[in-house]
Design a protein around this ligand. Structure first.
Ligand code: SAM
Length: 504
């Protein structure tokens, strides 16, 4: 037992998902007589966590992959109460038999595969077996299958993407859940809480439910949705005061279009993310910027008053090249003394950053950037282009400023609209609270890497709105350039228009 716990501690350290595992095991409300099922054993984290609570728990484990199966055997064959089988949970006939006779299990816990590849033959069989379900999201099949495998009043806890709550394809699954089970709790959080799993899904959910044969019990059941988690640790010590907590009856959800679980504090946010036809990635190229490999050697600053400037050399104004836009092979570097070029770096300045930082762009330096091990001469086709810079890390809210044909460093995501006429609109949008709500729903952490920025819904403004925004943005920029004054009141006007366009 002590050995097992020690191993758990170590594994917890490496996988960093102990909080998730503990939360789910807790939700099962384990009893000593329970027969438990783990339908996709993997490396056995759930089995270990259950055994740590009750060393004599009866657990059936299925695993499709032979390597994982052998590892599970190694781990658990000395437990007479743990039965590991090499089989396909979705097709296995012994399980089908049990499901047909009202289920076998008191508790089921799983982190099923989300979009596992199925060969054509298997896909055809699955489609036949699970007619109404969206078979491409394999987790939906596992969830359905496992609800069938639960005994009456049996409890299940699954960690799965939150897409089943809203997307049209999962309508039948939602109906099945809402009319055959009582949801006990739904926890929603960012997939970044789940280390080592890198998938396109922005958010994850843990659904815990109890099987119930009586439909009206199901419909009248009231359940809580917990969201706005900022740290995975909050899962192991749920304090509702720190979270957004919503309460619904299943009847209410069944009354929504497509039985969708419309949950976000502001429904418009979820809807915009789910329904928007265009995303920022469809209308703009979003790319990470340049790194010299050794900024102390190559980067210079025009004033030591600037934050974090002390370790850099002061740039000689005569070495700054102001005509670089006309140099044809600029990506090969510049001959002569005037070889320092402006570069845009991170930092939360809106609309326009002052020119403060300059990069050595001599032929020799550029050669180093292209071959140096630490240097990143990435996405160079976007260097010195007209676009927008969004800092990768934003402490309070997302910001954006113009990249006016400058270099931009790797702490910035450069956004280059394919149709340049949308530059001002995008600039206003990225600086708006509306955009901040969207990106923080897509990714609750303070990071804005290119892949998340690409996923932000993009809504085309009307001609009138676009003309207005272009004028106001231009006025803000001119005022910063000419007088160094940032006209905050104008930003409020922009935010209002963006709010109208997006509906929140
Ligand atoms: C996402 S992993 C989860 C593993 C484990 N439950 C955990 O949380 O660490 C999914 C596991 O399910 C297995 N698997 C995939 N399809 C399966 C199927 N049809 N039947 C049984 N196991 C399956 C995979 O081999 C993999 O080990």
């Amino acid at each position: 037992m002590v050995m097992m716990q020690e191993r758990l501690v170590y594994q917890a350290f490496y996988t960093k998902s102990t909080c998730i595992v503990d939360y789910m095991v807790n939700k099962l409300m384990l009893e000593s007589t329970d027969i438990i099922f783990e339908p996709c054993g993997g490396d056995g984290v759930f089995v270990e966590a259950i055994l740590a609570v009750n060393e004599f728990a009866t657990i059936d484990v299925c695993e499709l992959n032979d390597g994982a199966y052998q590892m599970l055997l190694n781990k658990f064959s000395h437990y007479a109460n743990v039965h590991v089988r090499l089989c396909d949970t979705l097709l296995d006939s012994a399980l089908t038999f049990s499901a047909d006779f009202g289920g076998l299990y008191d508790k089921i816990i799983a982190n099923p595969p989300y979009g596992a590849w199925q060969d054509l033959e298997k896909r055809a069989i699955l489609k036949k077996m699970y007619t109404d379900l969206y078979a491409k999201d394999t987790y939906a099949l596992f969830l359905f299958r496992c609800i069938e495998l639960l005994k009456e009043d049996g409890i299940l806890s699954f960690i799965i993407p939150d897409t089943f709550l809203n997307i049209h394809m999962h309508k039948a699954l939602r109906h099945h859940i809402l009319t055959n089970t009582k949801i006990l709790e739904l926890a929603l959080f960012s997939s970044s809480f789940f280390p080592g799993v890198n998938f396109g899904y922005a958010n994850l959910s843990i659904i815990t439910l109890k099987k119930a044969g009586n439909k009206s019990d199901c419909i009248n059941n009231q359940f809580k949705v917990l969201s706005s988690f900022t740290d995975v640790k909050q899962l192991s010590d749920i304090r509702e005061a720190e979270l957004s907590v919503f309460s619904f009856t299943q009847d209410e959800i069944l009354a929504n279009p497509d039985y969708a679980f419309l949950i976000a504090t502001n429904i418009g946010i979820t809807k915009a993310i789910n329904d928007s036809k265009l995303k920022v990635g469809d209308i703009a190229n979003c790319v990470t910027g340049f790194y010299s490999g050794d900024d102390k050697a190559f980067l210079q600053v025009n004033s030591f008053d600037l934050r974090n400037s002390k370790n850099y050399a002061l740039v000689n104004t005569d070495s700054i090249n102001k005509e670089y836009k006309n140099i044809p092979d600029i990506l090969d570097g510049i001959e002569g003394e005037k070889c320092f070029l402006p570069i845009v770096k991170g930092g939360g300045t809106k609309f326009l950053k002052q020119e403060c930082w300059f990069m050595d762009w001599s032929k020799k330096a550029v050669e180093h950037y292209k071959s140096g091990k630490k240097a990143r001469f990435q996405n160079s086709q976007y260097y010195f282009q007209f676009g927008i810079g969004v800092p990768m890390i934003s402490s309070s809210r997302i910001t954006a400023s113009l990249i006016e044909n400058k270099l931009f460093d790797q702490s910035i995501v450069g956004v280059f609209p394919i149709d340049k006429s949308y530059t001002c609109y995008l600039l206003a949008f990225f600086n708006s609270p509306t955009c901040n709500k969207l990106i923080r729903t897509i990714n609750p952490s303070a990071n804005n890497p290119a892949n998340y920025i690409k996923k932000i819904p993009f809504i085309l403004p009307s001609d009138e709105q676009k003309i207005f925004i272009d004028l106001v943005v231009q006025e803000i920029i001119d005022s910063i350039k000419v007088d160094g004054v940032y006209k905050e009141a104008l930003e409020a006007d922009l935010n209002e228009v963006i709010k109208n366009i997006y509906g929140f």
